[in-house]
Design a protein around this ligand. Structure first.
Ligand SMILES: *[C@@H]1O[C@H](CO)[C@@H](O)[C@H](O)[C@H]1NC(C)=O
Ligand SMILES: *[C@@H]1O[C@H](CO)[C@@H](O)[C@H](O)[C@H]1NC(C)=O
Ligand SMILES: *[C@@H]1O[C@H](CO)[C@@H](O)[C@H](O)[C@H]1NC(C)=O
Length: 338
């Protein structure tokens, strides 16, 4: 009898453990972020979802200000942030990895999640981002000055593999499906504009994404030149464009729709402004135009990322300091945050 009780206790324990595993498994299945092609929408936990996100460059900010900026982004009504990850910033030398201070990507993602913001990560290897060498490390050139960047040159791919083996597992741990906030990952950036359509390179990146991030993660590309990556139809293709009151959204998306007839519409970079070149006048876009354009896109069901939502810039007040060297204190007084 005593033996029998022991046995049924054991059975109960086994049942309880498998039940708990099943429950845990169920809740992780519910956390999903996928594309519903038939209904032209993203599905978050099975429900149609439209994102309104903003770009912020964590690597251009002091980490002390991350929390405040993210709080303000959430307060502005965004439900996601979009970030680039600069390879050269995180890997200043071969084999040397930096993920602390303003390079603490994991902390930044965790803070965004604390503020109820999903994350769209543009992981490179090339990011543009108006950042030195588009985020490619200068030490690549030391290895071999003839290395062909952003291509299937085996030397370049070997370095990319090294970096992605470090970066993608960090992102994988923060995927929405694993309890984190990362819903989408972009590899490369506006590759179509390079004019060097090396599809072996693009397929290699896609395979890396699948290997580290699994079969469910939405891997996407951003391109207005649709003759390369978008035509390949592996990455989910998105486009980017600024305020344009002259064209209908239907017309704007028509070339993409011709290639990718179904799925949610995405503007990965809605330009609320533009970059300044040294010594040329500061570019401004009227706030009302930006707001109207945004409202039009949201009403049309477009998922929008505002580029930039928050960015630090150095602006000269008064007379233009063209070719004049500013001292540190002058720089500090003219530093404005937009
Ligand atoms: C999505 O599309 C399917 C098939 O067209 C339809 O049955 C379903 O009701 C749609 N779901 C939503 C949420 O609209
Ligand atoms: C340097 O890179 C070029 C271009 O890929 C290649 O042809 C050449 O063999 C490389 N040289 C060395 C020493 O690896
Ligand atoms: C992902 O897809 C590949 C190819 O279809 C398959 O071999 C692999 O088992 C899948 N992995 C998972 C975790 O489902």
């Amino acid at each position: 009898m005593a033996r029998k009780i022991e046995y049924s206790a054991l059975l109960f324990a086994a049942w309880f453990i498998s039940f708990s595993i099943a429950v845990q498994h169920d809740s992780s299945v519910q956390r999903s972020f996928i594309i519903d092609y038939d209904n032209n929408t993203f599905l978050k936990d099975g429900q149609p979802f439209q994102y309104i996100s903003g770009s912020i460059h964590y690597f251009r900010l002091l980490p002390d200000s991350w929390d405040d900026r993210l709080a303000k982004m959430r307060a502005a009504g965004l439900n996601a942030v979009q970030i680039y990850v600069p390879w050269n910033f995180h890997m200043p030398r071969p084999g040397q990895h930096r993920f602390t201070g303003s390079a603490d990507l994991d902390l930044f993602l965790a803070l965004a999640q604390k503020h109820d913001l999903l994350a769209i990560v543009r992981a490179g290897p090339y990011i543009c981002a108006e950042w030195d060498f588009g985020g490619l490390p200068a030490w690549l050139l030391q290895r071999n000055a003839s290395i062909v960047m952003r291509s299937s040159d085996p030397q370049f791919l070997a370095a990319v593999d090294e970096w992605m083996a470090v970066l993608l597992p960090i992102i994988a741990r923060r995927l929405y499906s694993s309890g984190g906030n990362v819903i989408m990952v972009q590899l490369e950036n506006e590759y179509g504009s390079t004019g060097q359509c090396d599809l072996a390179y693009i397929r290699h990146l896609y395979q890396l994404g699948r290997r580290y991030l699994g079969n469910q993660t939405v891997l996407f590309s951003t391109d207005n030149t649709l003759t390369c990556v978008a035509k390949e139809r592996q990455f989910y293709a998105t486009i980017d464009f600024g305020v344009d009151g002259t064209r209908s959204l239907k017309d704007t998306f028509a070339p993409l729709r011709a290639l990718q007839p179904k799925g949610p519409l995405v503007n990965s970079e809605y330009y609320a402004g533009w970059l300044d070149h040294w010594s040329s006048p500061h570019v401004r876009v009227g706030a009302q135009l930006v707001a109207d354009g945004l409202a039009r896109m949201l009403a049309y069901g477009v998922n929008v990322n505002i580029y930039m939502f928050f960015g630090a810039r150095i602006s000269a007040t008064g007379t233009a300091p063209t070719r004049r060297h500013l001292s540190r204190s002058q720089l500090r007084t003219t530093m404005t945050r937009q």
